[in-house]
Design a protein around this ligand. Structure first.
Ligand code: NAG
Ligand code: NAG
Length: 340
C-alpha cells in the first residue's frame, strides 16, 4: 500500500486529525467512474455521505457489470429488484432498502429512508411506494438485456436456480415448485455459481477530518427467488462505518456472507488495533471455515487512511480488483489483492 511513512509519522505526531493519505475513497471492483464521482463530490465540498451516495449512484446509472442498477439480474419472474444501504459513521445512522422495485436510484432511496424517516430498512413494494411518495420516479427496470437474460434462462429450463428440495426437480425444470420429501440430494451451489452475478459496489469514503461513511448498491443475484434480499443492504454485512475506527464493504455470495457480518467483523478487528489488510483477511477466513467454496471479497480502511482487501480463492477467482483514490493519487487507481 502506498503509505509515505515519514510524512505520515510527522503528520500524526503534530496534528492528530492530519494525515498524508486522507481523504480516501475505496470501493469494490474496478468501477472507476464511481470512485472518481465520489472523489469529485468530496472535492467540491460534499460530505462523506454525499460522496458515497453519488459514487454508488454513478454505478447505478452505468449499470456497473450488469450487477448494479436497473436492467440486470432478473429474478425468477424476470423483474429486476434492487438492494442498497448507506451508513453514517459519525452518528451510526443507517438507511437501507431491499427488494426495491421500479426505482432506479436505490442508494438515493436508502439515504432518504435514513434522513426522512426514523426507520432503518424498508423492503419490497412498500419501499417503492415510500420512494415514489418522496419524489423518486417510478420506471420499468427491465431492459432488452434483462429480458434476454430472462428468456434465455426460461429456454434453458430455468437453470441455474436457487431452489432445493422441491418438486419438480429444480435441477431440470421451471416452477411452480412445491415442497418435496424425495429430492434430498441438493445440487451443489458451488458448481453453478456465477461469480459475475455478484459484483456489488461497496464503497467507503473517509474525508480529511476522518469522518467515515460507507454504502452499497446492487441488483442482487441473477434468477433469485422473488423476495430475496442479499447482504448488501444489511448493516455490518454489506458495509459498516464507524468514524472512531474506519469502514468495510463486502461483495460476493450474499446469501452466505450475511450470516457472518463480515463488514462488522472487520471494523471490530480494526477497533482492536488490527491493520486493515489483516482485518479483511480475518473476515474472509471466518466464512471460509464453514463455506470453503464461497465467492466473496471485502475492502477495509481505517481512519488514518490505511486500507486493505481480501477475497476467498477459487479456481476461477484468484485476484480481486478494487479501486482506490486518495491524496497520493492523481486519479482512481485500480489495485488487486491475491485471494487467500
Ligand atoms: C429493444 O428491443 C426492441 C424489440 O426488439 C427494439 O425495438 C428496441 O429498439 C430495443 N431497444 C434498445 C434500447 O436496444
Ligand atoms: C491504520 O492502520 C495502519 C496500518 O496498520 C496503522 O499504522 C495505523 O495506526 C492505523 N490507524 C488507526 C487509527 O488505527
Amino acid at each position: 500500500m502506498k503509505v509515505i511513512l515519514p510524512a505520515v509519522v510527522i503528520c500524526f505526531s503534530l496534528i492528530p486529525a492530519c494525515s498524508a493519505v486522507l481523504p480516501l475513497v475505496i470501493n469494490t471492483w474496478p468501477f472507476k467512474d464511481a470512485t472518481a464521482k465520489a472523489w469529485s463530490t468530496l472535492h467540491s465540498g460534499g460530505s462523506v455521505l454525499d460522496a458515497v451516495e453519488k459514487g454508488c449512484t454513478q454505478c447505478e446509472i452505468q449499470q456497473c457489470d450488469g450487477s448494479v442498477g436497473y436492467g440486470g439480474s432478473p429474478d425468477e419472474t424476470g423483474e429486476t429488484t434492487l438492494d442498497a444501504m448507506i451508513m453514517n459513521g459519525d452518528t451510526m445512522e443507517v438507511g437501507a432498502v431491499g427488494d426495491l422495485r421500479r426505482i432506479k436510484n436505490a442508494i438515493g432511496v436508502a439515504r432518504t429512508v435514513m434522513e426522512r424517516s426514523k426507520h432503518t430498512f424498508l423492503v419490497g413494494e412498500s419501499a417503492s411506494v415510500f420512494a415514489e411518495n418522496m419524489g423518486f420516479s417510478a420506471e420499468d427496470l427491465s431492459t432488452n438485456q434483462s429480458r434476454n437474460i430472462f428468456s434465455k434462462w426460461l429456454n434453458e429450463n430455468c437453470q441455474p436456480n436457487f431452489r432445493q428440495r422441491v418438486s419438480p426437480d429444480p435441477t431440470k425444470s421451471c416452477g411452480p415448485y412445491k415442497p418435496s420429501a424425495t429430492l434430498l440430494e441438493q445440487r451443489r451451489r458451488d458448481q453453478t455459481i456465477d461469480i459475475h452475478g455478484h459484483d456489488t459496489i461497496g464503497m467507503i469514503v473517509i474525508n480529511q477530518a476522518g469522518q467515515v461513511a460507507a454504502g452499497t448498491s446492487t441488483n442482487g443475484a441473477r434468477h433469485k427467488v422473488p423476495g430475496r434480499v442479499g447482504d448488501s443492504p444489511i448493516a455490518g454485512a454489506g458495509a459498516y462505518a464507524d468514524s472512531t475506527v474506519g469502514g468495510a464493504a463486502a461483495t460476493g455470495d450474499g446469501d452466505i456472507m450475511m450470516r457472518f457480518l463480515p463488514s462488522y467483523l472487520a471494523v471490530e478487528q480494526m477497533r482492536a488495533g488490527i491493520d486493515p489488510s489483516t482485518a479483511c483477511r480475518t473476515a474472509i477466513t471466518r466464512i471460509k471455515k464453514y463455506f470453503p467454496g464461497f465467492f466473496g471479497a471485502i475492502v477495509c480502511a481505517n481512519t488514518t487512511g490505511s486500507y486493505g482487501a481480501a477475497c476467498n480463492k477459487l479456481p476461477e477467482f484468484s485476484k480481486f480488483p478494487f479501486m482506490v483514490f486518495n491524496k497520493n493519487s492523481n486519479g482512481p487507481i485500480k489495485e488487486t489483492v491475491d485471494c487467500i
